[in-house]
Design a protein around this ligand. Structure first.
Ligand code: PLP
Length: 396
């Protein structure tokens, strides 16, 4: 019998769909993948070369638990240059992806029964990680009519003596929202007033468009910074999801706690990936600019196409590479005698009829939506949009 902890995990709504996508592909069926949650670009060559060099030099042993000093120094410099934040290398931990930094953060600050506020729609792992730490996720909705921005009054309304932390993710997966300065300041002040921690997941920081500006909440005030655990990594900005390299910056006390945990869970992060990440942060940045420009071009295209389709609408995406697309007006329609009842049915319909894979909104606590990724080539996006448009005509 598995532990209660494992049994309480919510099964992913995407697993079944992912199996069917894999099966279609195995049969050689040409599926357009708009369900992708990772960059479609290759890791830039200068980064790969740094990894080859690390292997050739025999840099393949355990490193210190918190990560190599050179990388933590580079992260410290990056946080200062990009985010106006002063963290010493000792106040930084390198981890096995931003996801692992998040896990370490939640387990370091959360006692059983502590409430953690999570704005939704959100990346599903936030909720599951809090549950695994025996905390209680407290969901606060952000509204499509407000471009999925945070409403501080809704946060205030759920505060209790048990509230321990709030997790924010800006730019946001899956909504594409980017929280503005005033909202973040109000949230930071609320955290100071109620002595809450803020876990700020900034993994999509570099993928930002439309003139939006990314603000690190920790940069707004020294008191806010004391309570913030900033989480970031190289997966998205440098097209390195498989290298599993993330980091966190926080007060010395929290970083020490996270290091203690990391020491028992993974010992340290992959040494070769650390060298690669060092190159990503300190080497030429032109690949990043090119990738962002290409995402932006795709974003413009997808926004037009999606909003021109009957029964589908989405606010523009200001960050990351997703459109959270409202499909609720398709509920109640019928295809081949089958009733479409929810976003899982809509996703199945697009997979079966249009041969396009998208993610049902249930995964993100967004039951009226599907998530459509533009992390795919322009040719694939055009094909996907054409197919979805043609499929929708077949609904009655
Ligand atoms: N945070 C968010 C919001 C994400 O969407 C993802 C990946 O999809 C991650 C963190 C994971 O990042 P990493 O690959 O560095 O673990």
């Amino acid at each position: 019998m598995l532990s209660d902890r494992i049994q309480n995990m919510t099964p992913s709504a995407t697993v079944e769909l992912a199996k069917r996508v894999a099966e279609f592909k195995r049969q050689g069926i040409d599926i357009v993948n708009l369900n992708v949650g990772e960059p479609d670009f290759r890791t830039p060559d200068n980064i790969n070369d740094a990894a080859y060099r690390a292997i050739a030099e025999g840099f393949t042993k355990y490193t210190s638990v918190n990560g190599i000093y050179e990388l933590r120094s580079a992260i410290s410099k990056k946080l200062f240059d990009d985010n106006k934040l002063k963290y010493s290398p000792e106040e930084i931990i390198v981890s096995t992806g931003a996801k692992h930094a998040l896990v370490l953060a939640v387990f370091s600050i959360c006692n059983p029964g502590d409430e953690v506020i999570i704005p939704v729609p959100c990346w599903g792992s936030f909720i599951e990680v809090v549950k695994l730490a025996e905390g209680t996720p407290v969901i606060v909705r952000t509204e499509e009519s407000n471009y999925f921005n945070l409403d501080i009054n809704n946060i205030k309304a759920v505060l209790t003596p048990k509230t321990r932390a709030i997790i924010i993710n800006t730019p946001n997966n899956p909504t594409g929202a980017v929280y503005d300065y005033d909202t973040l300041l109000a949230l930071g002040q609320l955290a100071v007033q109620h002595d809450l921690y803020i876990i700020a997941d900034e993994i999509y920081e570099k993928l930002i468009y439309n003139g939006s500006v990314h603000t690190s909440i920790a940069s707004l005030d020294e008191e806010i910074k004391k309570r913030t655990i900033l989480v970031n990594g190289v997966s998205k900005a440098y097209a390195m999801p498989g290298w599993r390299l993330g980091y966190a910056a926080a007060s010395q006390e929290i970083i020490n706690g996270m290091c203690g945990l990391q020491g028992h869970f993974t010992t340290t992060t992959n040494s070769i990936s650390q060298r690669a990440a060092l190159e990503a942060l300190t080497g030429p940045q032109d690949n990043l600019a090119n990738m962002r420009a290409e995402y932006d071009r795709r974003r413009h295209y997808m926004y037009q196409r999606l909003n021109a389709m009957p029964g589908i609408s989405c606010p523009n995406s200001s960050g990351a590479f997703f459109f959270l697309t409202n499909v609720s007006s398709l509920y109640g329609k019928v295809y081949n005698g089958a009733l479409i009842k929810n976003s899982v049915d809509v996703s199945s319909f697009f997979l079966e009829v249009a041969l396009v894979a998208v993610v049902p909104g249930e995964t993100f606590y967004a039951s009226d939506h599907i998530r459509i990724s533009y992390s795919n080539s322009m040719d694939q996006l055009v094909k996907g949009m054409d197919r979805m448009e043609a499929a929708l005509v077949q609904l009655s």
